[in-house]
Design a protein around this ligand. Structure first.
Ligand SMILES: [Zn+2]
Length: 304
């Protein structure tokens, strides 16, 4: 949505050399209709989803294995033509096969689920922990599903919209608190018996991180997985006095196969975050504009 709202830079991407108009869409699945001569692992007819990460393989981040932190990181659908089309060409090493019982809809949700899953996996969350998630957009809701699958005992979701199509309680939230509630901190402290073990920030604004400092236990972890539009201020003394761990994850690394397995096994019911399904021709009116104007929506699925 950020790209639709704010546009892309005009400089060619250092790896793809792509610039100018771009077919968007970095969360997608489909059927292989043609393979190149050197493709060995996949064949025509395979159902696949795409891991759209583009990286150089040679920078300091890549040589240390942090491909998601590549100094030239890019994505199909942002820095190269993407999935909002009937056909798209992708590299073989970006593909993941979908088992027969995983639908294309679920396949299209592997990418955003991977963002949440990687963050939960990298966090210090343990079974039985109390968790607070700030932000109930798609990533917040998918983080809720991952946190539930990881065995959190109580999950508080802080939601900033008046109403939405999805009831977070149905997805596993133990308590939903309005983001602008005056007693937000008191509500969370009372419900979690003194604060969360782990907080996931899926909102990326000043108030959520400020509130996160007050809604954690001693020694808790605050995991940032939203990106911030502008730098924020953090009370660093509070981080020290509460022995907090402030950390973050960016995108994902080596988790697509596990996410697909968990979906196939029925352990991550990702289709629950889909709030509407539309045709590709309607993507502007019923897709982007609806997401901007209708805060009830979470994930809108597009059928090419
Ligand atoms: Zn690199």
């Amino acid at each position: 949505m950020g790209i639709y709202n704010y546009g892309l830079g005009t400089d060619p991407h250092p790896i793809t050399k792509h610039a100018g108009q771009t077919i968007l869409g970095h969360e997608f699945s489909g059927t292989i209709v043609e393979v190149g001569a050197k493709v060995g692992k996949f064949k025509t007819g395979d159902h696949i989803c795409v891991e759209p990460l583009i990286y150089c393989g040679t920078c300091p981040a890549c040589t240390h294995g942090f491909f998601n932190q590549c100094h030239s990181v890019g994505f199909i659908g942002i820095n190269r033509h993407g999935g909002f089309a009937q056909y798209v060409a992708v590299d073989e090493n970006m593909l993941h096969k979908l088992p027969d019982n995983v639908t294309f809809e679920e396949g299209a949700l592997v990418e955003p689920t991977a963002v949440s899953f990687y963050s939960v996996r990298e966090s210090k969350l343990k079974a039985g922990d109390f968790v607070v998630i700030y932000g109930a957009g798609p990533i917040g809701l998918l983080t809720l599903l991952c946190v539930k699958a990881a065995g959190a005992a109580k999950i508080v979701l802080v939601d900033f919209s008046e109403e939405r199509c999805i009831t977070p309680q149905e997805l596993g939230a133990s308590l939903v608190v309005k983001g602008d509630a005056e007693d937000l901190v008191q509500q969370i402290l009372a419900f979690t018996n003194g604060g969360a073990d782990v907080v996931f920030d899926c909102a990326g604004v000043q108030s959520t991180v400020s509130n996160a400092l007050y809604t954690t236990k001693m020694g808790a972890q605050i995991m940032l997985l939203a990106t911030f539009k502008k730098p924020i201020e953090i009370d660093s003394n509070m981080v020290m006095f509460k022995a907090l761990q402030l950390t973050s994850t960016l995108a994902y690394l080596h988790v697509f196969p596990t996410v697909i397995e968990l979906i196939a096994a029925g352990r991550l019911d990702v289709s629950t975050v889909i709030t509407s399904k539309i045709e590709l021709n309607d993507i502007v009116d019923k897709g982007f504009e609806t997401l901007i104007n209708d805060i009830k929506q979470a994930k809108v699925l597009v059928k090419p």
